[in-house]
Ligand binder design. Structure first.
Ligand SMILES: [Zn+2]
Length: 242
């Protein structure tokens, strides 16, 4: 996990930059406001504008965790000055969904004896799934978390960030919430921690809301048993997943 531009300046969605390298259908930029995705989060969508026109960004390809190729899916030859613009509606939708998965995750962790996440996926239709290691959980108790998630949204809790040393991150109970994937440390050996103030702290490299109140309400769509240990909880933002 590197320190992305969008981590430092989450509110800046448009950047004037330059092409550093290019190949057919892809371009490497000096600076980019795009989140590259990863760990269940989808990459930002948006467009690149240059003297030759405009191209939609259809994906980001990370190389060595340092270089981020913007895939434009067209045989364009881009060079010189570029305006990189993130789609604000898509960024907002993903940030809402992602922040809400933290809220769900925090409530499961607190109510179910420190249960860990085994997988997560955000979807472009405004739904997300989270898998938890919950061998003995009662699905009705899980379903009852829906009003609690919405109560946290209503309370409008602020989010804040810190960078902590990797060793400290590994030794704090629950900070690394995902059973399978610990976020890699940044080049300076620190791990990014996101805190929903008063609720939860965990390592994460994604995009989030400035406060929980910026999310639409959430529904729990369904809960599936996946094998002996895993429960899969599917959530949707109001208006999503229909
Ligand atoms: Zn996150």
């Amino acid at each position: 996990m590197s320190r992305y531009f969008c981590h430092e300046y989450p509110e800046i969605l448009l950047v004037e930059t330059r092409v550093v390298d290019a190949r057919p259908g892809a371009v490497l930029l000096e600076q980019s406001p795009f989140h590259p995705g990863g760990g269940g989060q989808l990459a930002d969508r948006g467009v690149l504008r240059w003297s030759g026109g405009e191209a939609r960004v259809i994906g980001i390809e990370a190389v060595d965790g340092r270089h981020y190729w913007h895939l434009v899916g067209e045989q364009v030859e881009m060079s010189g000055a570029v305006q990189a613009a993130v789609d604000p509606a898509f960024r907002s939708m993903i940030a809402q969904l992602h922040t809400d998965t933290h809220v769900l995750n925090a409530l499961v962790f607190q109510r179910f004896e420190g249960a860990l996440v085994t997988g997560a996926q955000l979807n472009e239709d405004g739904t997300a799934r989270m898998d938890f290691d919950l061998p003995d959980a009662d699905n009705d108790r899980l379903r009852a978390l829906e009003p609690e998630i919405n109560e946290v949204i209503r309370q409008d809790l602020p989010l804040r960030y810190a960078y902590v040393a990797e060793a400290d991150a590994l030794s704090e109970r629950g900070l690394i919430r995902n059973r399978s994937v610990a976020p890699p440390p940044a080049s300076d050996g620190t791990v990014r921690v996101v805190e929903i103030v008063g609720l939860d702290r965990q390592a994460c490299g994604g995009t989030h809301l400035p406060s929980t109140g910026a999310s639409r309400p959430v529904r729990i769509l369904k809960i599936d048993n996946k094998g002996r240990h895993n429960r899969r909880i599917k959530i949707a933002l109001a208006g999503g997943g229909e």
